[in-house]
Design a protein around this ligand. Sequence first.
Ligand code: FAD
Ligand code: UDP
Length: 369
Amino acid sequence: MKKYDYILVGSGLFAGVFAWYAKQHHKTCLVLEKRDHIGGNLYCEDIAGIHVHKYGAHIFHTSNKRVWDFVNSLAEFNRYTNSPMAYYKGEMYNMPFNMNTFHKLWGVCTPKEAMEKIQEQRAGIQGEPRNLEEQAISLVGRDIYERLIKGYTEKQWGRDCKDLPSFIIRRLPVRYIYDNNYFNDRYQGIPIGGYNVLIDQLFQGCEIRTKTDFLDNREYYVSLGEKIVYTGTIDGYFHYQFGNLEYRSLRFETELLDEPNYQGNAVVNYTEREIPYTRIIEHKHFEFGTQEKTVITREYPEEWKPGMEPYYPVNDEKNAELYAKYAKLAQKESNVIFGGRLAEYKYYDMDKVIESAMVCAEAEFAEEG
Ligand code: FAD
Ligand code: UDP
């Protein structure tokens, strides 16, 4: 008999959802987290009464009713709707690309006029777009590509738009209505009281050890549990034997300001190449805060190097091939469940991670009913 039913490596959403199911089935879990807090990238730090999204702005959105009901059973969500603004050379534009953006840019008033303008500007692109630049021009025309996409994207990904896959830009809606909602999903919001409320609910009843890296002492931790749920990097688990998977990293610069309202919106994107950060987040606006002070964070994309925080997987061919090799090894590890954005090397939104953890936990506990 081992001491715990499960050893959960990492304390992000994947591990949290698994822990919640484990508790329903009266299983014991030990959570190992190498950071000094739980919650993975959802973690919020309290500064002057404001919940600061320490690892980048997180807005919950989903069309999956089961996922929405699940998170709402654990925390109440507010009605926040993400409507970022884009700043380019002293002008403000509405995001995502919609009639407000087209009107501001070209003075057009109707969808028909906007479509004609875009049609005119995409004339040069023939056939299937072969890269992000062609995809962007074909979706929204050259003016928007040059002002709102090119600079931001090249800062974010550290490479030319011609060398990036087109799917990255297809995440963004293009709408011929006056609607600044960044997401198309049916449900959206931020947990009232911040994400830590949700996280604490998910891990309730678990034994938690922070500042603990599973890989530093793996034989010992394996000896403690019947099974491992591993949500760290998959290449790290296998000692980087085929080489490192690549990521894009980020650096956050956070400031507490002695004023109540710095930019009038939670998210402002800076789309000029010359400004080194991609966006400024003003955290209080996620929860309609009325504090006297405000906290802002500038987000600088960075080239990732081993040892740095891995944020975005680089889903190009080279990394996909490398990941496939590690995934093959993972299949042979019978006592380990690999899940989440680092172990699956996937650009996962929160709702998708929850969904995937639900499926995994339901399969795991299926026999017990
Ligand atoms: P993580 O949250 O990364 O959790 C993994 C945990 O494991 C980490 O805490 C890590 O420290 C720990 N760990 C790793 N290795 C070890 C080890 N060896 N030992 C112990 N602990 C270890 N999604 C949305 O839906 N909406 C958004 O607006 C949104 N914004 C985002 C903004 C940014 C900048 C980023 C990077 C992501 C964003 N996401 C967003 C995605 C969201 O963060 C992820 O879907 C979610 O956090 C994934 O959860 P996870 O459990 O897979 O991973
Ligand atoms: N993007 C852009 N201009 C913007 C916002 C986004 O060109 O003002 C592009 C950029 O390439 C980015 C992609 O759209 O990587 C997807 O944007 P999203 O906000 O979904 O990125 P996330 O930060 O969630 O990965």
